[in-house]
Structure formats: C-alpha cells, structure tokens
Design a protein around this ligand. Structure first.
Ligand SMILES: [Zn+2]
Length: 228
C-alpha cells in the first residue's frame, strides 16, 4: 500500500498521468486470494482490475494481467529481455511466513497438478465490478488505501474496544480516533501497527485534519441543537 503511495507520488512529481504495473495473471490470482483473506473483499475489483482510478489524477493500469508468469518468463527468455525481480519482504518464520506467501505456495502447488487453477481464480475475479466501493466525498475514503469505506452500519467492530484499552491518551493523537477513517481491512492492519509515529507523516496530517473537521461538525451540530 505504501509502495503504491510512493509510486503515485513520484508519478505526480514527474507529471505522469498513468502508471503501468507489471502484475501478471499469476500474481493477480495470488493477490485476489490474499486480499480476500485479509478482509479486503469489498475492494477486490479495485485492487486487481485493469484500471485503478482511486488516486484521482494518476491512473494505475495493469496491462500484464492477461499473461501468466510462465508466458512472460518464456517471452523474456526468447527475446533476451533483462528482468528485475523484487522479492517480497522476508520474515524469519519458515513455515508460515505471511498470508501472502502461504497463498502463493498453495496456489502454485495446486497449479502443478491442476494447470487451470490460477486462470480459474483469475476469471472469477474478472467478474467483479468496481462499483460498490465508490466514495462520493474525500472523507468517505479510507485514509490508507483510498477505497470507499465499507464499514457502514458495522461501526461497533470487535476490535475497537481493544484499541481504546491500550491507550490512555485521547483526542487527535489517540489511535482510536483514527479508526473511523479506515476501511475494515486497514483497521485490522492498523491494530497490529505500533505507535502512531510509524505512520507516514502525510497520512498522519490528513488523518488529524479529518478528525478535527469531524469534531468541528460535531460541535456545530451540538450548538444548533442546543439553540433550538
Ligand atoms: Zn483501507
């Protein structure tokens, strides 16, 4: 997520309107299942679709998502195209390093015996439409992943009390104040996150701005109701 922020920001600085990602069919299928397990089901279409317009001025496209990793590897080999591979972050656990690697191992293992596995997962993802996760205003977007908030009507999530217990400080600087600004999946990530200092400064600044605005609106409503 933060890497996408960085790429989009670089594109803005250089004045590019589109960013092309190199995600292959294999990687899209793995991402589909990973995101599903991470609670990002509502944003599957935005996270893996051909176009991703959630950043507004910079559009992210995934032109390679129709080709499997194998096809791309063969193409690069026959036309001797140099390749760069960015490995995912490594952890010390060997058995179950992360949900992402677990899903990757599962899918690739299944693919060996049933060669249509990955394309089946991919086709299923293809049928999803990005419409449900649309946000009408800036404040209805998740602070971290910029998707339309999917948390309507389930405000009292089980993880909220645990967050509040951990922290005595209240107000703009408390972790609990950030919770309503995040989507379901980012709330889970946020819960695992350490202190607020670990957030990038621009995310914190935006979060504080939104919290203050929400407080001001709340105060205004209170004043109006007390007048009438
Ligand atoms: Zn989010």
């Amino acid at each position: 997520m933060l890497r996408t922020h960085l790429i989009v920001q670089t594109a803005r600085d250089r004045g590019y309107a589109k960013v092309m990602m190199g995600e292959s069919l294999t990687r899209v299928a793995i991402k589909l299942l990973t995101n599903l397990s991470l609670g990002r089901g509502a944003f599957l279409a935005v996270d893996t679709g051909f176009t991703d317009q959630r950043h507004g001025d910079v559009m992210v496209v995934r032109p390679m998502r129709d080709y499997t990793a194998k096809e791309i590897a063969f193409y690069n080999h026959f036309f001797s195209i140099p390749t760069v591979i960015v490995p995912p972050l490594f952890t010390k656990h060997r058995e179950k390093p992360s949900i992402h690697q677990l899903v990757e191992r599962f899918l690739l293992g299944l693919q060996e015996e049933f060669p249509s596995t990955i394309s089946t997962v991919y086709r299923t993802g293809e049928k999803l439409s990005p419409e449900p996760a649309k946000a009408s205003s800036e404040s209805q977007r998740c602070l971290l992943c910029l998707c339309g908030l999917d948390t309507d009507g389930e405000e009292e999530l089980a993880l909220e009390p645990t967050l509040i217990l951990e922290e005595p400080a209240a107000g703009v600087e408390s972790k609990a104040a950030y919770i309503p600004l995040l989507c379901y999946s980012c709330r889970l990530t946020f819960k695992e996150l350490g202190p607020l200092d670990t957030l990038p400064p621009y995310v914190r600044a935006e979060g504080q701005r939104r919290i203050r605005r929400a407080e001001m609106e709340h105060d205004q409503e209170n004043q109006e109701s007390s007048k009438s």
